[in-house]
Design a protein around this ligand. Structure first.
Ligand code: ADP
Ligand code: MG
Length: 685
């Protein structure tokens, strides 16, 4: 890996662009191209178009109105005039712009005060008849302090000095009809004259295809290697003893759906292996992930090990705790509860029970990963709503395990199960999540009726209040979600309090509850318990109820200022209703003006109930960077390839990665070195 020959200050700026080595420079491809291969007569220059022109300086003077600027009058051979304006200029400009000098200028022609003008064109002095460049000029992504000319020079150096040897075996190139690497980067950095800027910027060009393929291939190799590295570790092998798991299944008031049975089968077979499971259980809101998690936990316990479930919020963790306790208490299995808001003494007791091994099962919040919690025999760590946690937090939970006597030899680790109600679109699953095994619950428990979604302008708030009255009169319950105010938590709280007061006075006959993020854990738990028990008719809430909350009798969801919420949030919130047999309704109250994306989001919510469809369109709206959220920190985003547009290339890259790793491993390292180079260390999480 050869370093870039440049002074320290320059290197620091290049680092900001992610450019550390000559290889990085070779892969720093132009955003677009400028055509300096021909001179356009001024008479033919169209307004608003960037062109190269040649003209002679007639006069140049510094003016002070409206501000200090250098104004220069030019004339070309045909006698057409052009004005130049420079708001920033060096003393040397007056020498270069002396009357009679002939200039080659590149810039956009605009209508100015005196006539056609160029503001801050690029220019240089030329002799009459000076030759023109033969190729288009590349324009690179750059940052303050690095000029295009400077970057071009560095890239030229890199193209001369870096090793451009192909990292793909010739047989593969031939099979996929891809051009050679060196040929491609040379073409894109200084294209030959027969290419137009449009042709080069079209990412369907074979040279672009090749580079996008390379990028995707590196990503796929990286993920597969991470996957293999994990499989090389040891983990406790949990046998299908089916003592406790069978008893739980027999005691349930329902039968597992086909999808749940399938997912449980996949998990059970992973748990039986002597290397750590790394599986994502994915299922739309309400698909019944919790029981699958409970079965996995019991599998650990019936084998004499411990299992832990961590959830991102107090409310959700508490609810899991209640549910698990209601299933497992009858089996004589105590569940330890660990949360940040519980009394010190209670927490101490729970921790002691975990540490002594007396408690085999634990449920809790982030408090579980704080120092001082030790699991002597942890075999399974489950993370609910995994995307809410960062990479580091998930690792911390895994590292709580003291599973030192795992099978497979070497360092032993607990099995990991992640759960998410945010379905991952296929292209993301194939790329960013390719290092995970995935089980999907694609079937809802029977007897659910799809939620009916309605968009209601906030001018019709009275009708909404009347609907709540009617639903509660029939013995049903309702949620009212207060507007999200991202900029200020205090303001959000205030709004929630005001909404609560207003609804309390409007609906005097109803029992109205309020839950928000500033309540203590115990207070929240109390309100939620009352709502679950039917002692509260209408629950006014902030987004604290977004994930996982499960009260089947609630059949009406009102979301105020729905236009402020993101798509996955709206889908999660909507998922709080439609959990029982009653027809459920979700009312999205919105206020004008609606931005284009807000309008688009509401439309998607109106059009579909399907979590996969919502996620796919969300990905389209936001792009993978935002969609991936926390996961992003562990996986590099793609620079050239586009997951949706290049789905076919991704497929090829995946197959090729498999083939190379298996049959031609000697090609793997050079390819990764070129594409991930200096970023590889970062990716070892
Ligand atoms: P989520 O996947 O959103 O976490 P939950 O695990 O909270 O869903 O399940 C939603 C509800 O469905 C719970 O009340 C749960 O007890 C119930 N449930 C789960 N599986 C079944 C099933 N197979 N048949 C009937 N009800 C089920
Ligand atoms: Mg859940």
């Amino acid at each position: 890996m050869s370093t870039i020959p440049a002074p320290k200050a320059q290197l620091d700026r290049l680092a900001k662009l992610g450019l550390f080595t000559l290889d990085d420079l070779v892969l720093h491809l132009p955003l677009r191209y400028e055509d300096e291969t021909r001179v356009t007569p001024l008479a033919d220059a169209r307004m608003g178009e960037a062109v190269q022109v040649e003209a002679e300086v007639v006069s140049a003077e510094v003016q002070f109105r409206p501000r200090r600027q250098l104004v220069c009058r030019m004339q070309d051979e045909a006698g057409h005039e052009l004005w130049l304006r420079f708001l920033n200029f060096y003393p040397s400009f007056t020498r270069q712009l002396a009357p009679g000098k002939r200039l080659r200028l590149f810039g956009e022609v605009r209508p100015g005060f005196f006539g056609a003008e160029m503001v801050h064109p690029r220019f240089h002095v030329v002799a009459p008849g000076a030759s023109l460049p033969e190729a288009l000029t590349p324009v690179y992504p750059t940052t303050a302090g690095i000029s295009q000319a400077g970057l071009r020079k560095l890239v030229e150096t890199a193209l001369r000095e870096a090793d451009l040897t192909d990292t793909l075996p010739p047989a593969l190139l031939k099979r996929l009809s891809l051009p050679g690497f060196s040929e491609c980067v040379k073409l894109l950095h200084h294209p030959s004259p027969e290419y137009s800027a449009a042709a080069l910027e079209d990412r369907g060009l074979p040279a672009w295809q090749r580079l996008k393929f390379d990028e995707l291939l590196a990503q796929q190799m990286q993920l597969r290697l991470a996957y293999a590295a994990r499989r090389a570790k040891g983990a406790p092998s949990l046998l299908p003893l089916a003592t406790l798991t069978e008893r739980l299944l027999a005691a349930l008031p329902f039968q597992l759906t086909g999808a749940q049975q399938r997912a449980w089968g996949e998990i059970a077979s992973d748990l039986a292996a002597s290397h750590p499971m790394q599986r994502l259980l994915q299922g739309d809101v309400g698909s019944g992930k919790t029981i699958v998690a409970a079965l996995a936990m019991l599998r650990a316990v019936e084998n004499g090990w411990q299992a832990v479930l961590m959830a991102p919020t107090e409310i959700l963790a508490e609810q899991h705790y209640r549910k698990l306790a209601s299933w497992l208490d009858p089996l004589g299995l105590p569940v330890a509860w660990v949360s940040g808001s519980q009394k010190k003494s209670e927490r101490k007791k729970a921790l002691a029970a975990i540490a002594s091994g007396e408690a085999s099962l634990a449920v809790g919040t982030h408090a579980l990963i704080e120092d001082g919690v030790e699991f002597p025999r942890l075999a399974l760590a489950i993370v609910d709503e995994q995307h809410r946690f960062g990479v580091r937090q998930r690792l911390a939970l895994r590292n709580k395990g003291g599973a030192e006597e795992g099978g497979g030899g070497g360092e032993a680790r607990p099995h990991q199960l992640m759960m998410s109600a945010t379905p991952i679109p296929r292209t993301l699953a194939m790329s960013y999540y390719a290092d995970l095994d995935v089980s999907v619950l694609d079937e809802l428990p029977p007897g659910r009726t799809p939620v009916l979604t309605k968009l209601v302008s906030d001018g019709r708030r009275d009708e909404v209040v009347a609907r709540i009255r009617a639903a509660c009169a029939e013995g049903r319950q309702a949620y009212w979600v207060c507007p999200l105010i991202e900029e200020s938590e205090a303001l959000q709280l205030q709004t929630a309090l005001e909404t609560f007061e207003r609804l309390t006075t409007e609906l005097t006959e109803l029992r109205v509850g309020l839950v928000h993020g500033r309540l203590s854990g115990a207070e929240k738990a109390e309100v939620m318990a009352a709502f679950s028990a039917g002692q509260v008719d209408l629950l006014v809430a902030t987004t604290v109820i977004e994930v996982g909350v499960d009260v089947p009798n609630a059949s009406l969801m009102v979301i105020e200022h729905a236009e402020r919420f993101g798509l996955s949030q709206l889908h999660q919130l909507r998922g709080r209703v439609g959990r029982g047999t009653a027809r459920s309704v979700c009312l999205l109250l919105y206020a004008h003006p609606l931005s284009q994306t807000a309008r688009e989001r509401l439309k998607i919510m109106f059009e579909t109930n399907d979590g996969f469809e919502v996620a796919r369109r969300d990905l389209e709206l936001r792009g993978p960077g935002e969609f991936l959220g926390a996961r992003q920190s562990g996986v590099p985003l793609l620079r050239f390839a586009d997951l949706e547009a290049d789905a076919e290339l991704l497929d090829l890259a995946r197959k090729s990665a498999e083939w190379l790793l298996k049959d031609h491993p000697e090609w793997v390292e050079p390819h990764l070195a070129r594409w991930l180079g200096s970023r590889r260390e970062l990716l070892k999480v």
